[in-house]
Design a protein around this ligand. Structure first.
Ligand SMILES: NC(=O)c1ccc[n+]([C@@H]2O[C@H](COP(=O)([O-])OP(=O)(O)OC[C@H]3O[C@@H](n4cnc5c(N)ncnc54)[C@H](O)[C@@H]3O)[C@@H](O)[C@H]2O)c1
Length: 426
């Protein structure tokens, strides 16, 4: 069975997948970003997912030239599916990628979508674009498949070769082909969904479920905080029950959990059902940056940290720990709300690229934690590994006497801070 594969979009999802597939099949990795392609050719992955040594050894071919992807057997599309400013699904990138594939398509090719979408997008949105551009008939002259991606960037345990892959094809033969291809990279750990729409629905609800669960603990954090209880103490007790779900409060950002529920919500609306739970969860999570800023602000006032506006150091800007991804980071809301309250805010991130932070978020990152200090407050916003290792000495160097450590992620809970430093967490 000839399986020359093209992966379209080499980001957090596409690159690890293309590298894994290239261990078993001839694979071309295509991306419109020529800078990214040239970096990958020199074994540099700015997302930090793939080691340079792996990139140097891979048989994967990198290109930004559409001429190189014509007439292949399998196209796997892994491009972004963001939302608009109004939180509606923005399928424009998926549309462009489908047009590119449509131009390259030849008879009997299979086009597999991995991007997170709502049910129907593969067959009712992408299929017609491919048909129109290629002049070929969907389901007869070319075939569709869907296989949602579940990787978790920065997570070295649940990598693409170790997690169950859900697949579904337009025909039983196409499904078998998907089983064979994905099974080659993960020892056959493949689940066949009933049909493409079921596979699409499965992915989008996985992320919506996570969002709602985090929203629940965020809401509980707000409630128990009003009673001067710590959410982490409450969770530690509740988690001793065998079926209590272990979610932690926090800022939900990034490209998936904070975005995908809006895809599900819009799909629901199109079907005439106004989604309540899904959007309530989104509202709660969207409000967390402002909520945390006002809680810290209150703490600064109550503890008498300073009479003047405070000088605050925020540690961590990325949307989650140990990855450089700044997309849709909700730390930005926290920083902006603290600034709006009149405070001076410096931001440091141990991993993020400072040019990207400036270009996309208009935040100038401190180049290092050396030679800075005299802060009234340190906010632990993202638990990057290097922040977990900060010692009392580091805090003393950075903070003024009486300074406040606001530990949103509860990462310094075990440290016994000396008298003179104050500690606050949710
Ligand atoms: N990042 C995650 O944690 C994750 C996990 C599971 C699923 N997903 C889903 O996977 C999809 C991709 O996400 P990602 O995080 O890899 O995005 P990303 O932004 O990291 O990468 C996407 C890549 O696609 C490229 N691209 C954009 N338009 C293109 C086009 N027309 N042709 C070719 N390349 C194009 C971009 O240049 C970029 O390199 C999204 O639908 C996302 O929801 C992401």
């Amino acid at each position: 069975m000839a399986s020359n594969i093209v992966v379209i979009g080499l980001g957090y999802v596409g690159l690890p997948l293309a590298v894994a597939l290239a261990r078993h099949f001839p694979v071309i990795g295509f991306d419109i970003d020529d800078v990214r392609i040239n970096q990958l050719k020199t074994a540099v992955d700015r997302t930090g997912e793939i080691e340079p040594s792996v990139l140097r050894d891979t048989s994967l071919k990198f290109t930004f030239n559409t001429k190189d992807i014509h007439g292949q057997d399998i196209y796997i599309v892994t491009v972004p599916t963001p939302v608009t400013n109004d939180n509606l699904p923005d399928l424009s990138i998926l549309q462009k990628a489908s047009e590119t594939v449509g131009k390259a398509l030849s008879k009997n090719a299979i086009v597999i979508y991995e991007s997170t979408v709502y049910p129907g997008v593969t067959e009712d949105f992408c299929g017609p674009i491919l048909e129109k551009i290629s002049g070929l008939k969907s389901g007869q002259e070319f075939f569709l498949g869907y296989s949602p991606e579940r990787i978790n960037p920065g997570d070295k345990e649940h990598t693409v070769d170790k997690i169950t892959k859900v697949v579904s094809g337009q025909t039983p033969e196409v499904t078998e082909r998907l089983k064979y291809i994905y099974g080659s990279i993960n020892n056959g750990n493949v689940f066949v969904a009933k049909n493409i729409k079921t596979a699409e629905a499965a992915k989008v609800i996985e992320n919506a479920q996570r969002d709602i669960n985090i929203a629940f603990v965020n809401e509980i954090a707000t409630i128990v905080g009003k009673m001067n209880l710590s959410i982490y103490d409450v969770l530690a007790a509740a988690e001793t029950k065998w079926n209590f779900l272990k979610f932690k409060p926090g800022l939900v950002g990034g490209h998936c959990i904070g975005v995908d529920p809006y895809y599900l919500a819009e799909c629901s609306r199109q079907l005439g059902h106004e989604p309540e739970v899904i959007l309530a969860g989104r509202r709660t999570n969207e409000s967390m940056g402002g909520f945390l800023a006002s809680a810290i602000n209150k703490e600064i006032k109550n503890l008498g940290i300073t009479n003047a506006p405070a000088k605050i150091l925020v540690l961590g800007l990325t949307f989650k720990e140990d990855i450089p991804d700044l997309r849709n980071t909700k730390v930005l809301d926290l920083v902006q709300s603290l600034k709006a309250a009149g405070h001076t805010v410096d931001v440091h991130d141990a991993i993020a690229n400072s040019d990207e932070a400036w270009a996309h978020l208009k935040i100038r990152l401190l180049p290092s934690l050396e030679n800075v200090g005299n802060y009234n407050c340190i906010v632990g916003a993202v638990p990057h590994r290097s922040y977990l290792d900060l010692s009392i000495k580091h805090f003393q160097q950075l903070l003024l006497p009486k300074g406040l450590i606001a530990d949103i992620k509860n990462m310094w809970r075990e440290i016994k801070f000396p008298d003179g430093l104050q500690y606050w967490s949710l």
